[in-house]
Design a protein around this ligand. Structure first.
Ligand SMILES: [Zn+2]
Length: 177
């Protein structure tokens, strides 16, 4: 039902223009965006580096370890010894990452820098814009690698768009110096 307080929709901005606007922003992210690696919460997995007996002692290194020798998840050790990867727990945390093409804006104007104190460097803040399909990942991502620097997410991401919510805005602060 139409909102009685507003004029009829579509007088200036018709559906074609809304579609064109959305497609243009998509294209800008695609053409000018850069790949950002988002670090999601790690997932727990059985240790690939050891077989473990009922008594909890390590039985040796399985031949099926999918990780190459020398990686943090593939370290040789003597049978009966403590597995250096899982310390005998047979559980490891596997890093989970997602890479998304992102529009990267440095020192964004729409950010309350003052709440971080007078000495806060606005040059450490970055705003990212991504397509809406990334929302579920970005809202649980705690860190991101942006142009080679490590950032932490400052606040919960915001959904934005003209009429339709098509984008995710998120603010990040550099944590490596
Ligand atoms: Zn292990």
């Amino acid at each position: 039902m139409a909102d009685q307080n507003l004029p009829t929709p579509g007088a200036y901005v018709d559906d074609n223009l809304v579609t064109l606007y959305g497609d243009t922003i998509d294209q800008l992210i695609s053409d000018f965006g850069r790949n950002v690696i988002f670090y999601l919460p790690p997932s727990e997995s059985g240790c690939p580096n050891c077989e473990q007996g009922f008594d909890g002692s390590s039985q040796g290194v399985p031949a099926s370890n999918p990780f190459p020798l020398g990686s943090p998840f593939n370290k040789t050790f003597p049978t009966g010894g403590l597995c250096p990867v899982c310390q005998g727990t047979h559980k490891i945390l596997v890093p989970v990452t997602q890479t998304y093409k992102s529009s990267i804006q440095r020192t964004p104007k729409d950010f309350e820098y003052t709440q971080y104190g007078i000495d806060f460097d606005p040059g450490n803040v970055v705003k990212l814009k991504n397509k809406m399909v990334t929302f579920e990942d970005i809202k649980i991502a705690e860190k991101a690698l942006i142009d080679g620097d490590l950032y932490t997410r400052i606040r919960y991401p915001i959904k934005t768009g003209l009429r339709d919510l098509r984008y995710v805005q998120s603010f990040w602060m550099r944590i490596n110096k």
